[in-house]
Design a protein around this ligand. Structure first.
Ligand code: HEM
Length: 563
């Protein structure tokens, strides 16, 4: 018995001692910044902790605030924290763990230095390569390789793509069924139900615009066991499971059903991508594109790639993408574009249900520019630029519920940054083993936004222009950066904005979204309750509600389209 205890306790004590030594070393190094230090015994960089963390969910409830560190041990902790740490510790502080130090910042100068340039600061390797299992891509690469990826992939996000996004999003949103059988009884839909409807919508739009697959959800081409949407959908909805278990080499019979299904979907999606790339390469070689024909992201990318191959200089560095890099990129477009946009829909609709005055304000704009014929899709170039209130609603939603709450970088070599501390500005050297984390949530909810920083007020982004028309004014820089800034700014920014505006405008033409009251509950109380549910967020690839079952909204037909 004694021997068994020793066999177990010995490695554990070695493990703990080594971590203690590293913690002390990192603490000494963190002190040089002159900033508040939060000591955390484990970090979001410890892969084993990510798996075990849920087992320790009791820690925050420990007495005397002993478990305050638990919050900071997950990548998206700022989603839960809101602006609390910023108010308590300031715009700069350090998370010190045995694994590394993270300099958390929302200070303009530091963010501009670190995220504004690509040369000296890199994305954290482990994180950026998570979704590279189909191939390296624009998100997983750095330096010259990244430049090659970015050049080819950027060509996919052109104005003709935006036309497709607009048309597809408007059409799909018009087909949405937002009533459930129980709505007659006045129960409406839980926010979880609404999310799953808009998740599906975002996925359908991506699969059409991304792959050019305008097929039924379940249509299976000859030789395929699953439709493209089925396997893409399954992977995207189980993305964490995919990342964790994709490399598992265990035989099928040892795996639970969901993992077996995942393996099949991963393989099938690979097959679909291979077929699509092959087909587009052949068509790029044989058929030039005429006029403004809208191409899918994949097709545009393949065509730009083929053009690059033609221009390749003998002996020069490779200027085009390999097939696996094409697969890697189209997959990462789907991962990056799906959760982020779907999450914006659910938060925006919840805010609008809780703020009927803002909904009226948006509908007033939509009424001005939309024909009341359901079959007419308004012209993208004519209409989209005018829907500034709808876009302001997206910006306000992304400010309050940003899907990318903390972005991290590390310097390739020891690099100096100017940091403001309680005693004034000082230049500090950031070592390559230290991360700089941009606390976007803190910046978005900072008191710099004024006394109503925590309120939903999309009007803050609108200014009347000299011509009397309303103009969208979005602050530039670290105060508001949901799409990031600098050279690695999100290439799908406009894609998601066009999609959001098209969907919101069409949904609000058809429906009015209202909060559902509990028995004997006042309207005012129901709205406050809805907002309390919306304020409790957690991070899981993007922002999610912690209790989406605890609030309901009802979509009431507006009948403007005579339905
Ligand atoms: C509300 C919607 C969206 C938000 C808030 C968002 C946000 C972001 C942010 C913050 C980054 C920078 C990440 C980093 O540097 O670590 C990023 C990168 C990226 N996004 Fe988006 N995104 C959205 C929609 C989309 C869409 C629709 C697509 C594609 C269809 C897309 C594709 C990408 C790609 C490929 C990157 C990596 C770019 C690079 O590293 O050079 N995103 N996005």
């Amino acid at each position: 018995m004694m021997l068994y205890s020793l066999l177990i306790l010995f490695p554990i004590s070695i493990f703990i001692s080594r971590r203690m030594v590293r913690l002390v070393r990192n603490y000494i190094s963190a002190r040089k910044y002159g900033l508040p230090i939060i000591i955390i015994p484990v970090s979001f960089e410890d892969a084993w902790w990510i798996v075990l963390r849920p087992l320790f969910s009791f820690i925050p409830r420990l007495p005397f605030n002993l478990g305050h560190w638990y919050l900071y041990t997950t990548m998206g902790w700022t989603t839960e924290d809101g602006n609390r740490s910023l108010l308590k510790y300031g715009e700069n502080f350090v998370l010190c763990s045995p694994t590394s130090n993270v300099l958390v910042t929302s200070e303009q100068g530091i963010v501009e230095t670190v995220f504004g340039s690509h040369g000296k600061w890199a994305k954290q390797q482990d994180q950026s390569r998570l979704f590279a299992f189909y191939g390296e891509n624009v998100s997983s690469t750095h330096g010259d390789v990244w430049r090659r990826h970015r050049k080819i992939t950027a060509s996919a996000f052109n104005e003709s793509t935006m036309w497709s996004v607009w048309d597809e999003a408007t059409r799909r949103a018009g087909e949405l069924s937002l009533v459930d059988a129980d709505v007659e009884g006045g129960n409406g839909l839980t926010l979880a139900m609404v999310r799953s409807k808009f998740d599906l919508l975002a996925m359908q739009i991506l699969s059409v615009v991304g792959f050019g697959q305008n097929t039924d959800l379940t249509e299976r081409p000859t030789g395929h066991q699953e439709s493209l949407m089925e396997c893409l959908g399954f992977i995207l909805q189980h993305i964490i499971l995919t990342v964790v278990f994709n490399s598992l080499k265990a035989p099928d019979f040892l795996l639970p059903g969901s993992l077996r299904r995942l393996k099949v979907s991963i393989k099938k999606l690979g097959l679909y991508m291979k077929e699509s790339v092959l087909q587009h390469v052949q068509s790029a070689k044989s058929k030039p594109v005429h006029g403004s024909k809208a191409l899918s992201l994949l097709e545009s990318m393949v065509r730009a790639n083929e053009a690059s191959k033609q221009e390749q200089k003998t002996g020069g560095p490779r200027s085009y993408l390999s097939d696996s890099e094409l697969y890697g990129n189209i997959f990462v477009f789907n991962v990056a574009g799906y959760e982020t946009t779907a999450s914006s829909f659910i938060f925006a609709l919840s805010y609008l249900a809780a703020h009927p005055d803002m909904q009226d304000w948006a509908v007033e704009e939509i009424d001005r520019y939309y024909d009341h014929d359901a079959n007419i899709i308004p012209d993208y170039a004519e209409t989209y630029p005018k829907l500034v209130r709808c876009l302001a609603i997206m910006h306000e939603t992304l400010r309050l519920a940003t899907p990318a709450p903390m972005l991290v970088r590390y310097p390739y070599v020891p690099t100096e940054v100017l940091v403001t501390t309680k005693t004034g500005a000082r230049t500090v050297t950031v070592e390559p083993d230290t991360l700089v984390g941009f606390n976007t949530t803190g910046a978005h909810l900072s008191p710099r936004w004024g006394p109503d920083a925590l309120s939903f007020n999309p009007k803050r982004f609108i200014l009347p222009s000299s011509s009397g028309e309303e103009e969208l004014v979005v602050p530039e820089g670290p105060l508001y950066a949901p799409f990031m800034m600098g050279p690695r700014v999100c290439p799908g920014k406009k894609f998601s904005q066009v999609e959001f505006v098209a969907v919101l405008a069409r949904v609000l033409m058809d429906w009015r979204v209202e909060v559902v009251r509990g028995v004997g509950e006042s309207e005012e109380h129901a709205r406050l309750r809805l907002m309390s549910v919306v304020e409790e967020k957690k991070f899981n690839v993007s922002a999610h509600l912690k209790r989406p079952e605890d609030a309901r909204v009802r979509f009431v037909r507006q009948g403007k389209f005579g339905k």
